[in-house]
Design a protein around this ligand. Structure first.
Ligand code: MG
Ligand code: ZN
Length: 617
């Protein structure tokens, strides 16, 4: 029964995915520049934003067409010919007989006739004489389409005008097949269907009405536009969900920017994963612990967790952890921490300056968790899905006043008490300026492994697993199970130690995705990290003496979520920064002692709580 339910659910999920991908993806070329002549630079602002539809209101006066919304606004020189027709003809020629340089971008000029269509149209045709190739799609499929709106002729007079003149239709009108050929688009005011204010979503009955009218236009084979819509990102997004073809806007540049990074701010998950369901037997127990697994999602704030949750169809491992606190991430010299000061605070219990690794504000060395635990016989493993000399892992074994000193950081490993180190950036070690570093590490008993499969064959001893940089490429580029494999092997080796172990494993690249303002990057890395959480919880359940802590050093990207649908596994985000923010980050804990992680505290408390869990302070 459970199995068949799951099958049905998976089928449902895959159908939902199909409908997401089938849904049209709008670009700035779906923008309709409403009242365009009111822009600071008429035509050009909309044109350079790549709008596919540009609208000018016109009046006929003394043999000329003037662009203006009211007759009182008519000004000498502000003619349709000068402001729109001549520049468009020039662009068309410049682009090799198409409106835009990009052949996929179309353009229509919507002429909204305020009064007296007969005079306006006859004057317009005179203006266009000799330029039919620019405006006639039968002569050139790339031609700029002329669509007449406002005070248009009655339908029975459509055929009095040349074929290249189209008209703006209304959804409630019935057109004969001949008349329909002359309809360039169907438009109506959104107020006919809803009082929706553009925030959140319309009511289901209103949404139904709006979808029905859009469907009707589509069945007539025509693109649809609402006017009088609210002009905001949420409104644009909801209109696209409904299926409109033209997004009415008075802000062409803002609309362009909204669509510009579509690929980077939207993510639809092609495949869900099932979280591990913990048994909670040891969770919150007051019994002794032997092991701690600390998982750091670099740059993983609540929005990153929520994005991962929505994109995994509403399921994740992290949300199964029930003891939750918040960590304040401020550095000593800035409220906005980097991973060096953030990692140092967690690894040593001391706040320090940004860029400092394992040293206090004065540059004095501070002992890290592995150093402290080693004197009690507890062994440590440090794992990263990135450069192992980068700030987060380095804070657990190195002491340097600048995070970029990867050679010195690698050399510091000689004096650390870490038993297993796994990550990339081999050259810091293998080509260290201290030419004897590898020999000395060998003398200290470290076995060098350069591939994950060699590491998996190891049966005992200290391991220095220095992988090729390609082993820590993005999940999107095929990193695979590097983190999971490394964690499971490290657990297997270190759990042989009768005094227990400490493992820190870092999901390094959630942060990289945040810096790159790339939501697909963030979510796929967050999913990889969340799967690691599932493995840690599974081990904690089997072992019964393991505390699992999941947190972040800081949030990256100032991520907020504009749209999400956990039923479809889709999410749309908005980054407000390409750097770290100081928003407090969650701390999730599971296992014996996890109850001590609730509350709001400084990141340095994580260090203290870990030692307390081992009953060492
Ligand atoms: Mg990091
Ligand atoms: Zn960062």
């Amino acid at each position: 029964m459970v199995k068949s339910n799951k099958l049905i659910w998976l089928l449902f999920a895959s159908l939902s995915i199909q409908s997401v991908s089938a849904q049209q993806k709008l670009t700035a070329n779906a923008g309709h520049s409403h009242n365009d002549y009111k822009q600071q630079i008429p035509l050009l602002a909309a044109y350079y934003a790549g709008m596919g539809s540009i609208e000018a209101d016109v009046f006929y006066r003394n043999g000329e067409l003037y662009v203006a919304h009211e007759s009182s606004e008519i000004k000498p020189g502000k003619t349709l010919k000068k402001l729109y027709i001549e520049p468009l003809i020039a662009f068309f020629k410049e682009n090799g007989n198409r409106p835009y340089a990009d052949p996929s971008q179309k353009l229509q000029l919507v002429i909204d006739i305020k009064e007296n269509y007969e005079q306006v149209l006859s004057n317009l045709l005179e203006n266009l004489k000799g330029y039919e190739a620019v405006f006639d799609q039968q002569k050139n499929p790339s031609a700029i389409k002329i669509v007449i709106s406002g005070n248009i002729p009655p339908v029975e007079k459509f055929n009095h005008y040349p074929q290249f003149i189209y008209f703006d239709g209304r959804p409630e009108k019935d057109y004969s097949p001949e008349q329909l050929k002359r309809i360039g688009m169907i438009s109506q005011s959104i107020a006919h269907y809803s009082v929706w204010n553009g925030k959140g979503t319309p009511t289901p009955p209103d949404l139904e009405k709006m979808k029905t009218v859009i469907d009707k236009a589509h069945k007539m084979g025509k693109p649809f536009r609402f006017w009088a819509t609210k002009d905001s990102p949420n409104s644009w997004k909801e209109l696209a969900h409904m299926g409109v073809d033209w997004i009415n806007t008075d802000q062409p540049t803002a609309l362009k920017n909204f669509y510009l990074n579509n690929a980077k701010v939207e993510y639809s998950n092609p495949q869900s994963y099932s979280p591990y369901i913990p048994n909670y037997k040891s969770d919150g127990a007051t019994t002794n612990i032997k092991n701690v697994i600390l998982l750091i999602g670099d740059g993983m704030g609540l929005a990153q967790i929520q994005a991962g949750l929505s994109a995994n169809f509403g399921q994740s491992n992290i949300i199964n952890m029930q003891h939750i606190g918040f960590s304040r991430t401020e550095a000593s010299n800035s409220d906005f921490t980097d991973s060096a000061a953030g990692g140092t605070a967690i690894a040593t219990g001391h706040k320090t300056n940004n860029r400092y690794i394992g040293v206090d504000e004065n540059g004095k060395l501070i002992a890290s968790i592995p150093d402290t635990l080693a004197s009690h016989g507890i062994k440590s493993g440090i794992i990263s899905s990135g450069d192992i000399t980068d700030a987060t892992p380095a804070a657990f074994y190195a002491h340097q006043m600048d995070r970029t000193m990867s050679q010195e950081i690698a050399a510091d490993f000689l004096h650390s008490h870490v038993d297993i180190l796994v990550g990339s950036h081999q050259e810091s070690f293998l080509k260290n300026k201290n030419g004897k570093l590898m020999q000395k590490l060998n003398e200290k008993g470290y076995q060098l492994q350069t591939t994950l499969s060699d590491f998996e064959k190891a049966t005992s001893g200290k391991q220095l697993v220095l992988l090729a940089d390609s082993a820590t490429r993005k999940v999107l580029d095929g990193r695979g199970d590097m983190l999971k494999t490394s964690l499971l092997k490290t657990i297997q080796l270190l759990s042989k130690n009768k005094h227990g172990f400490f493992i820190m494993a870092e999901g390094a690249q959630i942060d990289y995705g945040g810096h790159a303002n790339d939501l697909s990057y963030v979510v796929t890395e967050q999913h990889d990290f969340d799967r690691l959480v599932g493995e840690a919880l599974k081990f904690a359940d089997q072992d019964g003496e393991t505390l699992v802590i999941v947190t972040a050093d800081h949030e990256t990207g100032g991520l907020s979520l504009l749209d999400a649908n956990y039923r479809k596994g889709s999410v749309r985000g908005n980054f407000s920064s390409d750097d770290h923010t100081n928003i407090m980050v969650p701390v999730f804990a599971y296992g014996p002692g996890s109850q001590h992680f609730i509350g709001v505290y400084n990141n340095t408390e994580i260090f203290k709580k870990i030692l307390k869990a081992y009953r060492l302070n």
